[in-house]
Design a protein around this ligand. Structure first.
Ligand SMILES: Nc1ncnc2c1ncn2[C@@H]1O[C@H](COP(=O)(O)OP(=O)(O)OP(=O)(O)O)[C@@H](O)[C@H]1O
Length: 246
């Protein structure tokens, strides 16, 4: 049996008492590769934010023995401000702060690793470009290079391939597969069900409540997807915690 990396026990996450994630119980095995799927507003991003400690549970528990530096997190692209005047290389080097400290000295090994990471994502030569001048796909490659440098044990990706072309998606999926091969734990919020079925052995199907959690082929059944859609149609955005669905 695999070791557990993260355990969720009756986890509810709410905003101003409106639940986004409701009574979630389950485990994420160390070294597993899990997709989080579900309709818009299902609570997928909120769950990732709770796991990294950005949101506090309203009730229930998140148990793990990880330090904050063990987590690598890729937020949704829409939430990243690219107007900040910073170069591609410096953006990637932000992934090395665990080694260097927040204001610390960047060792030459880290510079080399940053260059190697940019080569690995197909952006060799882009080091001095400002991030504001990149296409969406190029910027997503930069963020993956930063994660490569960060070398985290648990990697959480929030819609990493949304609005990204097929070739870039394939390249980035290869990186995800390598992380999995290296024994890292990867959780990714995805909307493309074909991608989930093809590349992610485990799936958590969420519609605020857990619809299914386990082997992807079992969880992504037509019946479960119908149930998730039906739940989404019934959501009452003003419902309080644990009010029964109407
Ligand atoms: N900062 C916030 N303040 C208030 N409500 C929020 C906040 N962030 C999210 N919500 C609400 O929580 C619910 C879950 O949102 P969340 O972003 O986690 O869903 P999601 O499954 O990631 O959706 P999507 O697929 O559209 O990205 C939604 O009803 C959303 O409106």
């Amino acid at each position: 049996m695999s070791a557990i990396a993260i355990e969720l026990e009756d986890l509810t996450v709410a905003y101003q008492r409106h639940p986004a994630v409701h009574h979630v119980t389950g485990t994420i095995a160390a070294g597993s590769l899990t997709a989080i799927a579900g309709p818009n507003g299902a609570g997928k991003s909120s769950l990732l934010k709770a796991i990294i400690g950005e949101l506090r549970p309203s009730s229930g528990m998140i148990r793990h023995r990880l330090k904050s530096t063990d987590f690598g997190y890729l937020p949704q692209a829409a939430n990243i401000n690219r107007r900040f005047p910073i170069s591609v290389l410096d953006t990637v080097l932000l992934g090395a702060w665990r080694q260097s400290g927040a204001l610390g000295h960047i060792a030459s090994a880290e510079w080399q690793k940053a260059h190697d990471a940019l080569e690995a994502v197909g952006l060799g030569g882009f080091e001095r470009r400002g991030i504001g001048s990149l296409s969406a796909g190029q910027f997503q490659r930069v963020l993956f290079a930063r994660l490569l440098l960060q070398d985290a044990n648990v990697i959480l990706l929030d819609e990493p391939f949304t609005a990204i072309d097929g070739r870039t998606t394939r390249d980035l999926l290869d990186i995800v597969a390598n992380w999995h091969g290296e024994g890292r734990t990867v959780l990714a919020v995805l909307h493309d069900f074909a991608q989930v079925r093809a590349h992610f052995p485990q799936t958590l199907l969420l519609a605020r409540d857990v619809i299914g959690w386990g082997a992807t082929a079992d969880v992504m059944s037509e019946a479960n997807l119908r149930k998730a859609r039906a739940m989404a149609e019934r959501w009452d955005e003003s419902a309080g915690i644990c009010e029964p669905a109407r």
